[in-house]
Design a protein around this ligand. Structure first.
Ligand code: 4AD
Length: 458
């Protein structure tokens, strides 16, 4: 269908005075005695294009004005008489592409995000989701740009796996046969299944990412991860997009530097490419958002050990739902207090107790902590989980034995420590969590097209 994207008409003065054809959906409309006005949106920009209708030129315009209707409009682009530095179209021909009934759920008033979640197919047509998905797209592209410019190889790790990377057992089973009493043991059942052994959706591409990094040096993965955790919170989904770089010859300090640079690169891309969207989020979701983002890119992130943070939380006098003790797995309330009140900026919390972290993390000489760090940001909490990996075969095996893990299931992974092991590090960034941070949207369900959460799939 020959037509011009609406964003081009706003961004290019050359269209003024020319006849153009545009397509889009009616967002709002207004009728008066001789004239009618339609705000048309085609999804290529947050801005609505005003269509000016001289009623004398059309026999019946009633179908054009209904919200949600899709139209093809031919007309002359002219400078707007009311809005400064804007364009509108004086309509010559209007064709209805798809009619829309009067009970279209998206009427003029501002709907709550909760209400919009009940209609995933339509909520994308609101300004909020229009802006969220454009930011999400720009962030995704910027992640590839960042790694490609630094010679990281993009690898695609499997989504179906036989190993549990995080060791938390929160995995979705992949099976083609239902269990029935015919199978005397779980082993017998697993053997009869598609792969001849127990399989699940991967919680992380890290283990396979490490395999690739031990040959390609610097790699990243960017794809979905799945977690069957029953946490019904504003920051957990069962299916999320996961960015996971893995770097050979890198210690914890090196990977922290890469993580900070990546976050700043992402924010700079959004500041540069999504000014209208950021203005929208600043006005409707988080006052001062743009200022916050500018500050983040021009200042260093804080770095603090877990032990120091526990001391500061205890001294704070703040009443937390979960009491603070060394050894505690920090809750969102603690993470947010540390970044929002104690540090007032993004902070890398380092050297966590080994008992609350994964088997693959490098054990520190103190025998109590591991070389791990989480990046905590104000408003969201943890957005990155990061560590130097245990490169010593015996120490890795010890950590697995303590956790009663089956060594046999991880033979491939363990072999990396036998054949030319090197210090290496990596991290996982949750795409939805960084989108929440850069937009100020507070519920993860509102930054993903179809959120999957415990008890909810549509
Ligand atoms: O801290 P996590 O569990 O780390 C890993 O999976 C490591 N294997 C990563 C690595 O070192 N390659 O998860 C990493 C990040 C979290 O910081 C969070 O941003 C995101 O993944 N994440 C989730 N996002 C949304 N919903 C969930 N249920 C998430 N679980 C983790």
């Amino acid at each position: 269908m020959k037509h011009t994207d609406v964003y081009k008409i706003f961004e290019n003065k050359e269209y003024i005075g020319k006849t153009v054809t545009v397509c889009g959906w009616v967002r709002t409309s207004r009728d008066s005695k001789n004239m009618a006005f339609i705000e048309l949106n085609d999804g290529t920009t947050l801005k609505h294009l005003q269509i000016v209708i001289d009623k004398a030129k059309f026999s019946d315009i009633s179908e054009f004005l209904k919200l949600g209707t899709s139209l093809k409009v031919e007309g002359v682009a002219v400078e707007s008489l009311v809005a400064e530095d804007s364009v509108e179209i004086n309509a010559e021909k209007i064709e209805v592409l798809g009619v829309c009934p009067n009970d279209y759920p998206l009427q003029k008033k501002r709907h709550t995000l909760e209400y919009l979640r009940t209609m995933p197919a339509l909520r994308v047509r609101t300004n909020t989701f229009n802006a969220v998905f454009r930011v999400r797209s720009v962030v995704s592209a910027s992640i590839h740009e960042f790694f490609q410019a630094r010679r990281f190889t993009y690898v695609h790790t499997p989504l179906i796996t036989a190993s549990d990377c995080e060791g938390a057992g929160e995995m979705f089973r992949v099976t083609t046969v239902g269990f029935n009493p015919e199978y005397k043991t779980e082993e017998e059942y697993n053997e009869a299944d598609f792969f001849g052994k127990k399989a699940a959706l991967s919680v992380s591409g890290q283990l396979e990412g490490e395999v690739a990094a031990m040959a390609l040096g610097k790699i990243y993965t960017f794809g979905p991860s799945f977690r069957a955790e029953k946490s019904n919170t504003p920051r957990h989904v069962a299916e999320f997009w996961h960015v996971e770089p893995e770097v050979a010859f890198a210690e914890l300090d090196d990977i922290i530097e890469i993580a900070e640079d990546l976050i700043k690169h992402i924010i700079n891309a959004v500041l540069e490419k999504c000014p209208d969207e950021l203005k929208f989020f600043d006005a409707h979701f988080e006052k001062g958002l743009i200022e916050k983002l500018k500050n983040v890119v021009s200042n260093d992130f804080a770095v603090m050990t877990y032990t120091e943070a526990i001391e500061k939380l205890k001294q704070s006098g703040e009443k937390f739902d979960y009491p603070v003790e060394w050894g505690l797995d920090l809750m969102t309330e603690h993470e947010r207090y540390i970044s929002e009140v104690i540090c007032k900026r993004p902070v890398f919390l380092t050297d966590y107790p080994k008992e609350i972290k994964s088997f693959y993390m490098k054990q520190n000489p103190d025998g109590k902590t591991v070389a791990a760090t989480d990046l905590l940001v104000p408003g969201v909490g943890e957005i990155i989980g990061c560590s130097e990996r245990e490169a010593d075969l015996d120490k890795l095996l010890d950590a697995m034995k303590v956790r009663n893990m089956s060594i046999e299931d991880y033979n491939d992974y363990i072999s990396l420590r036998k054949f030319g092991s090197v210090p290496h590090s990596g991290f996982g960034l949750g795409l939805e969590r960084i989108i929440m941070y850069v937009t100020g949207v507070q519920n993860i369900r509102d930054v993903i097209l179809y959120p999957r959460t415990v008890g909810s799939i549509s």
